[in-house]
Write a protein that binds this ligand. Structure first.
Ligand SMILES: C[S@@+](CC[C@H](N)C(=O)[O-])C[C@H]1O[C@@H](n2cnc3c(N)ncnc32)[C@H](O)[C@@H]1O
Length: 233
């Protein structure tokens, strides 16, 4: 796996924002798709740069575009996100909801909670984003709401438990949107670096579970780091 990056020099990209190389889509396609990406607004761009500088993982921009489209198609009233980080995806989701739409987002890192609440304030979305502090494995059983869309983007060893809670909390016809199911390409590779062995094992097991649910129509797409979409029947 290459750790290289493609540096883009177009007008809004000459700000050192880098495209991560991918084992999931080849670099020519990725570079081409990135050349077509509409310029994000200044807050989104600032958050992408901020996260890149601090090595905080965010939803890949192409996956964020896919999520955007699903939100526009299903027009959810209530969304649950597991893994807020700095609220990049929470803000993107909230901006696609109607006025009364709500995003409940769970984050366990106190440092990230404080960054997220600052960005949410700056986006003027305090009334639409509920930032919930805690480990999702403990918080989810306490929530009594049902959701139109649940976005899972947390630690890989937690995916299975979070998934089972999500199944109970997802409305009929609701959408489960799961990030990192192709995990840098490792689940499909025989060469997995030692630092990724455990997480890859969790993702491989999760993918079998995810694609074998009678109550979900699922597919895993080679977008970003691999997006799983499941529709609750
Ligand atoms: C990949 S980042 C989330 C990125 C965010 N969804 C975005 O795209 O802007 C994962 C975040 O999930 C948090 N996290 C991981 N496991 C968690 C859990 N079990 N409960 C709550 N938060 C968790 C981490 O602290 C980290 O901030």
């Amino acid at each position: 796996m290459s750790n290289g990056t493609i540096v883009n020099n177009d007008k809004w990209r000459n700000s050192k924002l880098e495209i991560q190389m991918s084992e999931i889509i080849n670099s020519h396609q990725l570079k081409y798709l990135h050349s077509l990406r509409p310029e994000p607004d200044s807050l989104i761009l600032e958050m992408e740069k901020f996260a890149e500088e601090r090595k905080i993982p965010l939803l890949d921009w192409k996956s964020a575009e896919l999520l955007d489209q699903i939100l526009l198609l299903i027009r959810p009233k209530r969304v649950l996100e597991i893994g807020t980080a700095i609220a990049y995806s929470s803000i993107r989701i909230a901006r696609r909801l109607k006025k009364k739409g709500i995003v409940d987002t769970i984050e366990k890192s106190l440092d990230n909670i404080s960054l997220a609440s600052e960005f949410i304030k700056r986006a003027g979305l305090q009334n639409q984003i509920n930032l919930i502090e805690g480990n999702a494995k403990e918080v989810m059983p306490l929530l009594d709401k049902k959701y139109d869309l649940i976005f899972i983007d947390a630690d890989k060893e937690d995916y299975e438990k979070i998934f089972y809670y999500s199944l109970m909390m997802l409305k009929k016809d609701g959408v489960l949107f799961v990030d990192n199911l192709l995990w840098h390409g490792y689940p499909a590779s025989s060469k997995v670096p030692p630092a990724y062995k455990n997480s890859t094992k969790y993702i491989r097991e999760f993918n079998k579970l995810f694609t074998n649910q009678s109550v979900l129509v699922t597919s895993i797409y080679p977008v970003g780091d691999g997006i799983g979409i499941g529709i609750r029947t």
